[in-house]
Structures are given as structure tokens and as C-alpha cells.
Design a protein around this ligand. Sequence first.
Ligand code: GMT
Length: 370
Amino acid sequence: MRIGIVCYPTYGGSGAVATELGLALAGRGNDVHFISYALPFRLRFSERVTFHEVKIGSYPLFEHPPYSLALAVMLHEVAVKARLDVIHAHYAIPHALSGWLAKQLLAEERPLPIVTTLHGTDITLVGQDPSYYTITKFSIEQSDAVTAVSAYLRDETYRAFGCTGCGIEVIPNFVSLEEFKPPVERCASFPPGEKVLMHISNMRPVKRVLDVVHIFARVNARIPSRLILVGDGPDRDAAEREVDKLGLSARARFLGKVEDVAEVLRWADLYLLPSQSESFGLSALEALATGVPVVAHRVGGLPEVVQHGINGFLGEVGDVDGLAAGAVELLADAERWRQASAAARARAADFATERVVPQYEELYAAVVDR
Ligand code: GMT
């Protein structure tokens, strides 16, 4: 099939999922066209992948150039030139609406099915903002098919937007078990016996990065450890200041944005994701695939990924002491950690690329044949 994928190119889960999906679809013989305002951060060359950069016309009258319209025009242009069978919009705002507009532009010639995948903050935060609510509801309901990355997000969409007629299908995020896999041997960069705790995110407030620092401080007081923080965003400076204030600068490293998170994850003994809200937690799945147990909050879709007491620990939002205790329990006993690590890798297999990507292909075929 000829598939158009529209997503954010920035360092975050929805862009990562969209990009890995496109690459996997190309590897399975589909022609994939990415459309965005910049090259998606995880996009690597692939013979059957093409990137189309959205040109956003500017004019002195515009304080905010209308990206949604420029995107719609580009989607229509690519749909015509590349004879796209379907457009897959990742993250409802504004991608689902731009897809609907492109569909209208082509309507007199032929149908152009729009599949929308809901990723999280498009529903739980941004979409419920009064500035975007009605158009988010409209664009979801106008999509030819809608998926959500977790049952939690499907149910939250029904609760917050109605959309009960949409028949939202749950297709979870996925992970390459070849790319994300346990290390052959422990990373030699850290002193023997010390544990490595890790967090990867865009460090927005929803990620509660200060909790990461406070959990680490409590763990380090019991078990000599290191903290690796990957990514960048609005809360990074506050996290760095907190690390300094707690006298932990010698034990914490801020790597900034890293493309090859698979390699970095292989350094870790434990992954921390104490988010306020998390529709799925792609980074937690990638940690599990690496054999790294996960300590997180029992929120959103995380309980659909991390199995408390088996391959990780799930606690209540704000219970830093509780999450730290869970982390120590996983790290203090080598055999306990080994069992959790093996269970983490086994759990990740439930979300392997080979199991999930065909579900999207079946969905595309269903909307194209409709
Ligand atoms: O995690 C982020 O803040 C980025 C965000 C996004 O909108 O790109 O990620 C969302 O989509 C990911 C991929 O489906 C999910 O794994 C994340 O849980 C979700 N983030 C939130 O719900 C906060």
C-alpha cells in the first residue's frame, strides 16, 4: 500500500511511534510518505520511505502562520502525486483535521481514508483545552478509523469527548526486540556494585522530573547509584538545580537529547517514569525490552505495560518514598533483579513490532476497501 504518515518531528513518543511504524511498514513492502514541518528525529533512510517537508507560507499579517492549512495542502499534494491509499494522522491536533481537509480537497476525484491514532496529551491535556475541544471532537469523529495506544486512552476519549460512534480500536505501541535488547555484559563505565537509574523524556511538567531526582536521592542513600537523565525540556534546569542542591552532581549526568536511546538504555539497572499522566509510556516499554525493570506511577496506560511486582513497581502519584522503596527492593537483591529483568524482556515480547504492525496494515486495508 501507499501510506502517508503525518506526525510531529520532535523528541517525543508520538513522533517516535509514527516514525518506527513508517519504517516497519516500509520494511514490509509498503511505500511510506512522511509529511511534517521537519525531518522526524528517529527517521532513518529506507528505500521505500520519502519525506515531504511542509512549506509554511509567511506573511506580515500572520502572527502565527496557519500550519494546519499548509499541512492540509501538502497532504493533498502528496496524496495526488504519490497516489496515497490512506493517510495516517498521529496525534489528533492538528493532524486529524488537516487530514480531513485534504480528504475534502480530493473528494471530487476519489476517497482518501484518514486513520487517526490518539497518543495521549492530544486527549488528556491539549484536546480538552477550550481552544481545541470542539475541533478535536469533530476531527476524531470525521476520521475513517480511530485507534488509541491503550485501553485507558480509548476509555478517556469516550469519557471526555463522547465519540462513542467512532469504534476506537486499541493498537498498542510497539518495540523492536532486535534494536532494544539486554546488554551482552554490564557497562564498564560505572564502578562495580553501583546501580544505574535512568529517565528519558522531553522533561515537560507531566513527566515530574523532580520526582525522578528525589527517588534517586533516596535510593542512593541506601545503595550507591548513578542517575542518567536523557532528553531536554522545560523542567531540565529545575532538575539540574535540585541535583546540585542535594549534593548529587557527581552522581548524576544529564545527557540531553540522544538519538540512540537503545544503546543508552543498556547501561541501566532501573528505569524511572513517575509521570503525572501517561497514556502508554513508550520509554517504559523500551526499557522492558532492554531487560530493565520499571518504577512508575499507577496512572493511565502504564499498568497495561508494566506488571507491578513482576517486571517493575507501580506506586501512587507523589509517593516518592514508596517508589524509592520499590526501587530499592528491585535493586538490593541480585536474584530478585534478575527475575524482574527476565520478566521485563518477556513482557516486551507482547508488544513486538511483528505482532503490532500487522494490526495497522489490517486497519488500512479495511478502510481502503470500505
Ligand atoms: O510522552 C510525551 O510527553 C510525548 C507524548 C506525545 O504526545 O508525543 O507521548 C504520548 O505518546 C506516546 C506514544 O504513543 C505515549 O507512549 C506517551 O505515554 C504519551 N504521553 C502522555 O500521555 C503524557
